[in-house]
Design a binder for this molecule. Structure first.
Ligand SMILES: Cc1cc2nc3c(=O)[nH]c(=O)nc-3n(C[C@H](O)[C@H](O)[C@H](O)COP(=O)(O)OP(=O)(O)OC[C@H]3O[C@@H](n4cnc5c(N)ncnc54)[C@H](O)[C@@H]3O)c2cc1C
Length: 418
């Protein structure tokens, strides 16, 4: 019999186990993979953007997409600074980069897992690998342990408190197969609709495919629903064989997924020349035209475009094709600039959980006590991390949410035994 049993050895589960053990509880951490923190290895392109050094108030006002208020106690209880200190204490110094993104100095995501692992060892947490929790044991609305499958068959592990930290549905090869949603639902918890977020978008227009590999910097991407602007952001994006991706697109996907059940049909447009007004662009064109009146229009105007965009612009602006500069009218210029400022595309959907950074939706936070992470339905049962209906934009916020809710659930479970 353990005091606290944590299901899922990812970011949230590892920190939950460490926190419960610090409170003097006997703790077991159960992970179905052959190692802990499998998803952490692929975060931040292998460098792990483990938190964000922005002021916590900005987390709530700008970066958390779902249920920011619910996360108040967790994030103020174990802050971004606490996480950075924790890393330093356990031998993984960190550095802060552009956008306040925090990474290990080594640029190795594995060092983040190593640091937490060191803490788990120091605090004598019993780790079960290759052990899959199949079911929770509950008696009289109070948790009693879990039933697991191992290579030796199935068995029951008894515990006074159980913390579910099984993650979401994205990148299921890392072990996040949504088991926690099932455990919660089986016990009568409401699980809100689960949808991929921070995910590339698929696009209808064939010309987008021709732009595959092109990345754009300093552009403004906007989306419209029935002519009303519903999202606008500035930054970097890229074209892929099915549509659009990159930081700007992932952030847009989180906001749009939150707003709309159906992304199909949303109109998008890229301002390829954000820094220049319509008039400035027209002046630039007229300047480029000077002395080149007998040259091919696209040879001259093409200077405004990355090479890959030129054939697509020729397709979208047939008026200019084969024309000399001196044949281009004021109206032609207006149309061309219109395309540069409002390069059009139509969203058909997203690429799904396999390419999503995070799951939107999860265990309904109305049924969880925000000051402890304990279920309001089953005594002694706690939830932490992505399994909850919480998510944020990219930048280290999602891992910080996992760490903070993990720590709060661990402290609460550990302290409740005293
Ligand atoms: C490609 C990619 C890049 C990312 N980059 C970043 C980044 O740089 N910064 C950032 O903040 N966020 C990033 N994220 C998001 C971040 O990884 C998640 O928010 C975070 O890992 C969630 O932590 P978690 O502990 O809740 O879940 P997970 O990390 O998914 O951990 C859940 C664990 O539970 C285990 N498990 C599941 N079911 C069972 C079961 N039945 N029995 C036993 N064990 C079980 C799983 O095997 C897994 O190890 C990225 C995500 C992806 C996919």
């Amino acid at each position: 019999m353990y005091d606290v049993l944590v299901v899922g050895g990812g970011a949230a589960g590892m920190m939950a186990a460490a926190a419960a053990a610090e409170k003097g509880a006997s703790v077991a951490l159960i992970e179905k993979n052959e190692k802990l923190g499998k998803k952490i290895y692929i975060t931040g392109k292998g460098r792990c953007n483990l938190t964000n050094a922005s002021d916590l108030e900005e987390y709530f006002s700008q970066y958390i997409v779902s249920n920011p208020k619910f996360l108040y106690s967790a994030l103020y209880g174990f802050t971004n600074t606490d996480m950075m200190d924790f890393m330093e204490r356990y031998g993984t110094p960190v550095k802060t980069e552009r956008g306040n993104r925090v990474f290990p100095v080594s640029d190795h995501a594995s060092d983040v897992t190593k640091a937490i692992h060191k803490c788990l060892e120091e605090r004598n947490v019993k780790i079960f690998l290759n052990t899959e929790v199949k079911r929770l044991l509950v008696q009289d609305s109070e948790v009693a342990g879990v039933s697991v499958n191992t290579s030796h068959g199935s068995e029951e592990i008894k515990a006074k408190k159980v913390i579910i930290a099984t993650g979401g549905l994205s990148y299921s090869t890392t072990g996040s197969t949504g088991d926690g949603y099932r455990f919660a639902a089986d016990l009568g918890h409401d699980v809100t609709e689960l949808r991929p977020s921070l995910v590339p978008l698929t696009v209808k227009e064939d010309y987008i495919k021709k732009l595959q590999g092109l990345s754009l910097k300093n552009v403004t991407l906007s989306f419209y629903k029935e002519d009303k602007k519903v999202y606008s952001g500035f930054g970097e994006m890229l074209f892929t064989h099915f549509g659009i991706s990159g930081p700007l697109v992932l952030s847009a996907s989180a906001v749009l997924t939150k707003k709309y059940r159906e992304l199909n049909g949303l109109k998008g447009e890229i301002d390829l020349k954000s820094a220049l007004s319509y008039e400035e662009l027209d002046n630039r064109l007229l300047r480029d035209f000077k002395g080149n009146e007998n040259k091919d229009f696209f040879n001259v105007a093409g200077g405004l475009l990355p090479g890959k965009l030129r054939p697509v612009m020729e397709e979208l602006f047939p008026e200019g094709k084969g024309k000399k500069v001196n044949e281009i009218t004021r109206e032609d210029r207006r149309r061309f600039i219109e395309l540069l400022k409002h390069f059009p595309l139509t969203v058909t959907g997203n690429t799904g959980f396999k390419e999503a950074v995070i799951t939107q939706g999860g265990v309904n936070v109305k049924e969880i006590d925000p000051s402890t992470m304990e279920s309001k339905k089953i005594k002694g049962l706690y939830f932490a991390g992505e399994v909850l209906d919480v998510d944020a934009l990219t930048g280290g916020f999602n891992l910080q949410i996992a760490f903070s809710t993990g720590v709060l659930s661990g402290i609460s479970a550990g302290e409740s035994l005293r």
